[in-house]
Design a protein around this ligand. Structure first.
Ligand code: SAH
Ligand code: SF4
Length: 386
């Protein structure tokens, strides 16, 4: 064993040049293959993966030089072939309610937003899965930005790493003291249109020898990509939230255009068959409250009829406006009346308190500036086959 490396005797460069693949985001198997590919004997590869995993995801180091239980030579070889780069923080804004919004730059100069929401007994990180979105939900700011690209698994995990860096939360924080305890895929993009990368990233976040956030503390929100829903249960096992938002196909077609491809019936069928459905793992129905559009008593009654038999809770989301948005938020009285009907039918119906509104960090307000020449909504919908 070589002597431990301290910042004074680092032999590997602190910053790797661009263009190398990142170790961050590789599954354990993929990392093992990568190590074998660079000459690590097969017999040792599994152990090396365990060691590197610990440094990356338990200690949060950003420098191969600090991986002190690896030989100097091996560290230098790793640094020749791989990078440990995280997304770069372009700006960080802190809301008066403590919500933090980071604008991150990823490869290609693209930008995504990630939001940290502190609560009393937990802290939730709202991560993005795509730059922009192919879908064009009419109440969503991200929906006005065309899809630029999918995020890689490394870029999705990278959002968690950057937040933990900023919260100074590495190593042994006991779970009940963790500032970042929950993850929701409710940032930019449709996670089920980037399934493999989202799955790989979640698996890394759940790994008990690293970030170690349990699958019950990770929620994936989808607008309703029906064919991927069962896969989400089988291959990821996280909790599911559905952007439901309307109780007739007519209205849902206008709010969530993916409904033209998979309508309310098809979506509910998929949910009834969700592999992990149970009373302790209920599906969250997200319902954005739009004044005069979807917020009547009749809507509330239809909603509970539609979802009958599905273990569920209804999350009422007061609409968050953005510049040029075509809707208004329902009045509080209306939201309460709607919630009362849902409640009386036996469903919890918490109202999601808007967080970070003063920094445009609330649900549906995220949008980065890497927008390309804007296509018409019609063009985008046609390309997405809607
Ligand atoms: N694409 C995924 C996840 C990102 S959106 C999805 O659609 O589910 C996260 C949540 O914010 C969704 O329920 C979405 O419908 C909701 N949302 C979008 N725009 C909003 C807005 N302006 N006000 C309130 N909620 C909004
Ligand atoms: Fe995309 Fe979700 Fe926004 Fe719809 S609500 S445009 S699916 S990010």
């Amino acid at each position: 064993m070589s002597a431990p490396i301290t910042p004074d005797n680092l032999t590997v460069p602190r910053k790797e040049p661009a263009g190398k693949p990142s170790l961050i985001g590789l599954s354990r198997d993929a990392m093992r293959e990568a190590l074998i590919g660079m000459g690590t004997p097969e017999k040792q590869a599994k152990m090396r993966v365990g060691q590197i995993w610990h440094w990356l995801y338990f200690r949060g180091v950003t420098d191969f030089g600090l991986m002190t239980n690896l030989s100097k030579g091996f560290r230098a070889e790793l640094a020749e072939v791989f990078t440990l780069a995280r997304p770069e923080i372009v700006t960080k804004q802190v809301s008066k309610d403590g919500t933090r919004k980071y604008l991150l730059r990823i490869a290609g100069g693209h930008e995504v937003e990630v939001v940290y929401i502190p609560e009393k007994n937990r802290g939730t990180l709202c991560v993005s899965s795509q730059v922009g979105c192919t879908l064009t939900c009419s109440f969503c700011h991200t929906g006005t930005q065309k899809l630029v690209r999918n995020l890689t698994a490394g870029e999705i995990v990278g959002q968690i790493l950057v937040a933990r860096d900023d919260l100074n939360e590495w190593e042994n924080t006991p779970f009940d003291k963790r500032l970042l305890s929950n993850i929701v895929f409710m940032g930019m993009g449709e996670p089920l249109y980037n399934f493999d990368n989202v799955r790989d990233a979640i698996k890394i976040a759940m790994d008990p020898e690293g970030i170690s956030i349990s699958r019950r503390r990770i929620t994936l929100s989808t607008s309703g990509v029906v064919p991927e829903i069962a896969k989400t249960g089988d291959e990821i096992g996280c909790l599911l939230a559905i952007s439901f938002h309307a109780t007739t196909d007519e209205v849902r077609n206008t709010l969530v255009p993916i409904n033209k491809r998979w309508n309310i019936d098809a979506l509910l069928d998929a949910l009834r068959n969700y592999p992990r459905l149970s009373n302790s793992e209920r599906i969250t129905f997200e319902y954005v409250m739009l004044k005069g559009v979807n917020d009547s008593d009749e809507d509330a009654r239809r909603l509970v009829e539609l979802i009958a038999g599905i273990p569920a809770k209804i999350n009422l989301i007061p609409f968050n406006p953005w510049p040029g948005s075509p809707y208004e938020r329902s009045d509080w009285k209306r939201i309460e009346a709607f919630g009362d009907i849902v409640n009386a039918a036996g469903y919890a119906s918490p109202v999601r308190r808007p967080r970070g509104e003063d920094i445009m960090a609330a649900c549906g307000q995220l949008k980065s500036d890497t927008e390309r020449a804007r296509k018409s909504r019609k063009q985008i919908a046609e390309e997405a086959g809607l």
